[in-house]
Design a protein around this ligand. Structure first.
Ligand code: TEU
Length: 566
């Protein structure tokens, strides 16, 4: 008997509010805009909507730099609009999950402003160190590049920021800080939300004494930043002080955690953690922003298609290893899975072939995502196959990409035209271009000037067109979500990993089994046909697939099948 829970059976749709739908023409998505599209979620068939931050913010990191936790950002509307959205979502039987960003605030938060006074009451609310203004307290670098310390001229001291300098880290060692955060969480829980997605939550406990990190010639060990000595004490206290008595969904974003560590978060009260290994498989050996990755020279001289291939090297065996590691690693506990998010590039560009097999590969990725033993997270726009874009330097909005481009240009002397393909392939902006609603100006996202460029392909790829076409990626997602919500084996079944192997390096297959029910999922993850007659069960009746015309045991390019093994 499976250990059932609503949040295991649910599917989650992630909304990036700034880029979803603008109702008032200021070029920035807003809450009323989301309200106008609530039926879209319902039609797609998702159960939970997760909203990225909508709190008051100067938007250096697009809402992940919060100035006031208890009010809504002006550009997005009012608390009344937010309450209306909560009701609209609930009225349709769906749930609403909010982002919880408590590793850091904005430097414009009043807590930080007060903390700049060394004699004030909040002097210890952030992580301050006195010292030589030319010599940071340790060697830490920020996750966005550059030093993790900034010298504050006002207080004449350094403060720590694991992210941007306008995102100072809160001092969780201070019980007053923790209490203020728990109060704020209860404020939202009492409003009736259905869960939190806990941003960078593995970073909140810092190592005692803030020691230097180990470094080598071209690596830097960030392990010290994550899962610090008091993390589980803080997490347990948080649970007891806030959500323990609510029936809510807790999603911990835990960079640096492995499955063993994840289990400790589960014991604390977290339901699932966001892991990253399956995303890393597309980066190649140099990591996300390494200038040494394939060599800037090679990048510069390659053509478009060659580049795409070079930057999108994925070995299916690595993908299997990453998925399996988490699936088997958490044992009886639960995972979530995503193929795209606001921090990642577009799923079809990354894992599929957005040029020649747009529909086929996007639906293959959908089949992969929705048939794993994990709560699926869909990212806005991936359900219509939105793609990565080209970026001029001045159009980059992502604080991470901008910082990394500056480093590559200024410290490594690389011209922008050499970096541009890298930005197309790596920048978080690719996920943040406006949602493509229709083929009217600015893709129907806004009547004004969009805050970030609209992808050029919106006349071809947009929701209106997708909804009108029964064979579209959108309807494929809809039907498959429907199937998943009615299928115990797809939700709770155990997984056996079948392919890839030496004979079929570019074919994925896994089997799900629950009691006497079983299905086989086979995905031809390449742009050419492949006969898979050697795979056991592949001749069983096809329950679901992305090709209408099937050719026996030969899979077409990017063909996906779910076979019913009885
Ligand atoms: O991301 C935390 C995190 O782990 C990042 O290092 C993430 O992997 C990186 O952005 C990928 O490029 C969260 C949010 O999801 C992100 O949008 C925020 O910028 C970040 O926290 C700071 O709040």
């Amino acid at each position: 008997e499976p250990d059932r829970a609503w949040w295991k059976e649910a599917s989650v749709y992630q909304v990036y509010p700034r880029s979803f739908n603008d109702s008032d023409g200021d070029g920035i998505g807003d809450l009323q805009g989301i309200r106008n599209r609530v039926d879209y979620f319902d039609e797609l068939g998702v159960d939970v909507v997760w909203l990225c931050p909508v709190y008051d913010s100067p938007n250096v990191d697009m809402g992940y730099d919060i100035r006031d936790y208890r009010s809504v950002m002006d550009e997005m509307g009012t608390m009344g609009d937010w309450e209306g959205l909560l009701d609209d979502v609930h009225d349709r039987g769906m749930k609403l999950v909010m982002d919880l960003v408590v590793n850091h605030t904005s430097d414009e938060h009043e807590w930080f402003q007060q903390s700049r006074d060394p004699d004030g009451e909040k002097d210890d609310w952030y992580i301050w160190r006195e010292g030589d203004p030319d010599e940071p307290p340790n060697n830490w670098i920020s996750l966005f590049g550059g030093p993790a310390w900034t010298y504050d001229e006002g207080r004449e001291a350094w403060y720590l920021h694991l992210f941007d300098e306008k995102q100072p880290d809160l001092n969780w060692e201070n019980p007053d800080v923790r209490e203020a955060i728990y109060d704020m969480m209860n404020f939202w829980l009492e409003k009736g939300i259905d869960g939190f997605r806990m941003d960078a939550i593995s970073c909140i406990s810092k190592p005692h004494g803030l020691p230097d990190a180990d470094t080598g010639e071209d690596w830097f060990d960030m392990d010290l930043y994550f899962n610090g000595p008091r993390i589980h004490e803080f997490m347990q206290e948080m649970a007891a002080e806030t959500y323990e008595n609510y029936d809510v969904m807790l999603i911990g974003e835990t960079p640096g955690a492995d499955p063993e560590e994840a289990k400790k978060y589960y014991d604390d009260g977290v339901d699932m953690v966001v892991h990253f290994d399956h995303m890393d498989v597309t980066y190649g050996p140099g990591g996300k922003w390494s200038p040494d990755y394939v060599g800037m020279e090679t990048l510069a001289s390659a053509g478009d298609d060659a580049l795409d291939e070079m930057l999108n090297t994925m070995d299916l065996a690595d993908l299997q290893e990453a998925i399996r590691y988490w699936d088997e690693g958490v044992g009886d506990e639960w995972n979530c899975l995503y193929m795209g998010s606001h921090d990642q590039t577009r799923a079809v560009s990354r894992f599929g072939d957005a040029h020649d097999y747009h529909r086929e590969s996007a639906t293959l990725v959908a089949t992969f995502l929705l048939t794993q033993r994990a709560t699926p997270f869909l990212y806005q726009g991936d359900e219509i196959g939105m793609t990565n874009a080209d970026w001029d330097r001045e159009d980059i909005r992502d604080v991470e990409a901008r910082g990394q481009v500056d480093i590559l240009m200024e410290e490594h002397d690389v011209p922008y035209e050499t970096i541009a393909p890298f930005v197309r392939n790596r920048s978080r902006d690719n996920a943040r271009t406006p949602m493509q609603w229709d083929d009217s100006e600015h893709a129907g996202f806004t009547d004004g000037d969009p805050w970030i460029q609209v992808n050029d392909d919106y006349e071809r790829i947009n929701a209106e067109r997708a909804m009108a076409d029964p064979d579209s990626i959108f309807h494929y997602y809809r039907r498959l979500l429907d199937l998943r919500s009615e299928s115990e084996v797809l939700v709770y079944g155990d997984t056996e990993y079948v392919l890839p192997d030496e004979t079929y390096p570019n074919v994925w297959a896994h089997r799900r089994t629950l009691g006497d029910e079983a299905v086989l999922v086979v995905l031809n993850w390449q742009d050419e046909p492949r006969d898979v007659s050697g795979v056991e069960g592949v001749e069983s009746p096809v329950l679901f697939g992305n090709y209408e015309q099937r050719d026996g045991t030969t899979l077409q390019p990017y063909e996906a099948r779910i076979c019913d093994l009885g």
